[in-house]
Design a protein around this ligand. Structure first.
Ligand SMILES: Nc1ncnc2c1ncn2[C@@H]1O[C@H](COP(=O)(O)OP(=O)(O)OP(=O)(O)O)[C@@H](O)[C@H]1O
Length: 225
């Protein structure tokens, strides 16, 4: 589904990633760990064609990312949902309208979609916050709204960048459960995180693979994790 073939990436200085070859299969669950600044966000951005490799090839749904063009990239964004580290929202819109934004952009915001939106807000526990504005939300509520916004178009995969970065343990468990449930629906999940406790809890529930980025390489982390 997402395939890296000898990929390198550089922001202009030295190479941040080099010789990365791997395959993210449909329905798989991956964690991405590694020191701060190692390139986790960069790796995720390569996975949804927000960045193009400086060498090698990324293939998304069997198409080279370099050949996608604007329409191709727009189509990929319907198939790969992203939960950004900083959960950007449009503060003048309600939580419900923010969550529904990907449907609005895709011209798919009819009455059926509105019902799906209500279900989705219930799934992430935000039904009572639907009319609030994003600045009124707590950190955990923001993370859940960002997750709901990422899954509303029923993507084949979710990429989540530190989704539990600003929340307490209980809330991080709740967010993890949502990602596990999404994975059990047959969708692929990639979570970049520093939280190895979260990784251990998840591995008891799903056959998650742990990738570690360090020293410009992406390797499989040890089985002790
Ligand atoms: N747009 C950019 N231009 C130049 N350098 C960048 C850019 N974005 C990131 N970097 C640098 O690339 C390196 C990797 O950044 P990245 O955000 O991918 O790391 P990360 O592993 O996600 O870090 P963290 O765990 O702190 O979020 C860092 O040194 C960062 O400063």
């Amino acid at each position: 589904m997402i395939t890296f073939d000898n990929v390198a990436y550089s922001y202009g200085g030295g190479e941040l990633l080099t010789g990365v070859s791997l395959d993210i299969a449909p329905g798989s669950f991956h964690f991405l760990t590694g020191p701060s600044g190692a390139g986790k966000t960069t790796f995720l951005r390569l996975c949804y064609a927000a960045l193009q490799p400086t060498a090698g090839e990324v293939r998304l749904f069997d198409r080279p990312a370099q050949e996608l063009g604007r329409d191709g990239i727009a189509a990929i964004r319907q198939r790969i949902g992203v939960v950004h580290q900083d959960c950007r929202f449009l503060d003048h819109l309600s939580v419900a309208d923010n969550v529904a934004l990907p449907l609005t952009v895709a011209g798919r915001d009819g009455p059926a979609a509105r019902r799906d939106l209500d279900d989705l807000l219930g799934w992430v526990g935000l039904s009572k916050r639907a009319d609030a504005r994003p600045p009124e939300l707590s950190g955990g509520e923001r993370q859940r709204a960002a997750l709901a916004r990422a899954v509303i178009v029923s993507p084949d995969a979710i990429l989540a960048d530190e989704p539990t970065g600003n929340v307490d343990w209980e809330m991080s468990q709740r967010l993890l459960q949502l990602l596990v449930e999404f994975n059990r629906m047959g969708r692929a999940v990639i979570v970049a995180t520093h939280d190895l406790g979260l990784v251990r809890v998840a591995k008891k529930q799903v056959p998650a693979r742990v990738l570690r980025i360090a020293n410009r390489q992406v390797t499989a982390a040890g089985a002790d994790l």
